[in-house]
Every structure is written in C-alpha cells, then in structure tokens.
Design a protein around this ligand. Structure first.
Ligand code: SF4
Length: 368
C-alpha cells in the first residue's frame, strides 16, 4: 500500500517542532514524505489557534481537502495541533471527511490513531498527558539546525492567550532526557539547537531535580559537537540575574533574547495579566545590555487589546523609541474563545487596530 504522507504546519516554532516529531514517527513506521498532497494517502494539518486568522486559514485548507477524499476514499486526513484541543470532537461533525483529531499532547499515539483510522473509525487523542515525555529525536532529514522542546504547556494564563487551554499545564522534561536528546541530535549532524518552551524561564518547576533554565543552559553548553544554543520564549516576569549571567558566560549560547513586552502601558499589562510593569521590563533590558554587550533584543507587541486607549498606545510607541529593539513581531489583538479578554469591555475597532499596527512598525523602524 502507498504509504506517502503530506504535512502542512501552521503557527509557531513549537508547532514546527511538533511536526518534526510527527514526521520522525511516520518515517519510523515506513511512511515517506511527499510535497504533493495529491500523491499522499495521509494528509496532516498541524494547526495553530493563537490568532483567528491562522485558524481560519487552517480550517479553509481542511475544508478543501474533502475534494481529495472524494477522489481517493482511502485517504486519511488528520487535524493536529491546537485547533483540535480548542474545539474538540464537534470538529468531526463539522468536517465529516476528517479521520483523526489529535492535540499537541497526543502525538505519541500516532501509530494507533492511524490503525483506528484505517479501520474506518474516527480516531481521537485530545487529552494524553505524556506526549512531551515520549518525545523522539530522530530527524526526518539531515539538518544542521533544529528545535527541541524542553517543556510543554503554560501556567501563566495571560488574558488574551489560548495556549493554556490548548497545550495544557506547564510541565518540564527532566534535564537528563534533554541532554540525551541533544547528544542524539548532534550525532545526527545537528550543530545548532533552539530550546523551546512557552516560558523557558520557568523551566524546572515541578521536577524532582533542582534545576532552573540557567542550569539547563550550562549543561547544554558543555555538550561536545554542539556549536550554538538558542532559546525561546522568555517571560519578563521570570527572568533571573543568573540567567542573564549564564547567557553572558555561555560559550555556545547565542547573545540574543526574545522578550515579549506586549504593551508599553501598565494599565494594559495589568489587564493582560502579564505580571510585570513597564519599569520592570526596562530594568531587565538595561541589565541585559550592560551584562551582555551587543546582545540582540527582540519583542512581541499586541495592539488594540480591549480597553487600550490612545494614551496607552502612545506609551507603547514611547517604549519602542526608548528601547530601540533589534526586531519586533507585532500583531492586532485577536479575540480567542475561552480566554478572559474575550469578555472584556472596550473592544477596539478593526480599522483602529490596523492604524495602530502600522504606527508600531513605523516607530520601530524610526528607532532602529
Ligand atoms: S506566557 Fe502568556 S502569552 Fe505566553 S503562552 Fe503562556 S499564557 Fe500564552
């Protein structure tokens, strides 16, 4: 039987890493990857629910796959990632051509899900909790760089963010497992690894060993064969002096920090439930620049958060001018189900969000 699969990934680096894992499990199971969905007997969409736009694109793609299924009734279609955990089994009614629904924590069950789908059943894995711990690290193709998740989920519940509802509670991998995985990857020729977590600065919470993210970076820095270590994402409320010193002293640690600020207004940060004030953020950046000369600092910004007044927005522009980021990722606020902010008053009009987004990019360019 033809065992060719096609996979399309939407969203963040964590999803890219999840897709790598899906690929490696399928290759181990005798599948081959194809870039042409017409040739595939298995099509996987690994989806993102962080913004409505990404969700709409993924679901439109899923809808269009019904034509493939008509042409090839043996085709298995799997919806993976954050959309399945956000909306659950009702997606199977909405898209009857869908065979597999699998959340980020169910990837380890892919073989049994495929077996069920081949028997004509609807296969569902939305709640498995051990997905990350079983993570494999066989690369689907020869690569010099790769992502490596060191933790899963998030406990922060920023009021705009759907991740705690789609990826579950935060859980760290034991450091011994991460080191094993890094060694394995370097044996396969990898030179650069990006350690991934929704909030790497809280790495180690809940583990029986006493380790934090700085400790993990030090261990990784000593691994032979590895040439460069990057990491993301850092949460300003959890960044420690020890971590900044470790970035400064690490021989292989890239001198860069992606530190999402989201807004330059204390009022908005409070409503976002971010756990820091603008002054705290400025202090961290000043400290990082003093300790690590030449460090590259990037950030995320959300414009048009519910209740963001013109004055709040101007404070974001002032922050951009003052900090002079090396790079920014800026987005219009996107209303997401289950999040606290979706019921907040003061939703900002789409046109106004667009104007603010343009202004943000202009301010960034002017400052850089
Ligand atoms: S830290 Fe906040 S924004 Fe980041 S994943 Fe967790 S809840 Fe979402």
């Amino acid at each position: 039987m033809n065992k060719e699969f096609y996979i399309r990934t939407f969203g963040c680096q964590m999803n890219v890493a999840d897709s790598e894992r899906i690929k490696s499990l399928l290759l181990r199971d005798g599948y081959q990857e194809t870039a042409n969905p017409e040739e595939a007997n298995l099509i996987i969409l690994n989806t993102c629910a962080v913004r409505k736009h990404a969700e709409d694109r993924a679901l439109a793609r899923l809808n269009s796959l019904k034509h493939h299924k008509k042409k090839n009734p043996k085709l298995i279609i799997g919806l993976f990632g954050c959309i399945p955990t956000l909306y659950g089994e009702k997606l199977l009614e909405q898209f009857p051509h869908l065979d597999i629904l699998c959340g980020p924590n169910g990837i380890g069950r892919i073989e049994s899900l495929l077996d069920e789908a081949k028997e004509g059943k609807k296969a569902v894995a939305l709640k498995e909790e051990n997905g990350l711990l079983n993570a494999g690290c066989i690369l689907a193709e020869n690569k010099k760089k790769t992502f490596l998740p060191i933790m899963k989920g998030c406990d922060n519940y920023c009021s705009y963010c759907v991740v705690p509802y789609t990826r579950g509670r935060e859980r760290s991998k034991p450091s011994s497992q991460i080191m094993e995985e890094i060694k394995n990857l370097t044996k396969q020729g990898v030179k650069e690894i990006t350690l991934l977590g929704q909030n790497v600065n809280s790495y180690g919470k809940g583990l029986s060993e006493r380790i934090d993210f700085a400790g993990l970076l030090k261990l990784a820095d000593g691994i032979e064969g590895l040439e460069r270590i990057k990491f993301m994402t850092s949460h300003p409320k959890d960044i420690s002096q020890n971590l900044l010193e470790t970035i400064a002293s690490g021989k292989k640690v890239e001198k860069q920090l992606h530190l999402p600020v989201q807004s330059g207004s204390d009022l908005v940060l409070k409503r976002m439930n971010r756990g820091y004030a603008v002054a705290d953020y400025k202090r961290i950046v000043k400290n990082a620049r003093e300790l690590i000369p030449g460090i590259s600092i990037s950030t995320d910004i959300i414009v048009g958060f519910p209740g963001e007044k013109e004055k709040d927005f101007q404070e974001t522009l002032e922050l951009l001018a003052e900090i002079r980021f090396d790079f920014i990722y800026a987005f219009k606020y996107s209303d997401r189900p289950k999040t606290a902010a979706s019921s907040f008053e003061g939703q900002v009009q789409e046109k106004e969000k667009e104007r603010r987004l343009e202004e943000v990019f202009k301010a960034y360019k002017k400052a850089s």
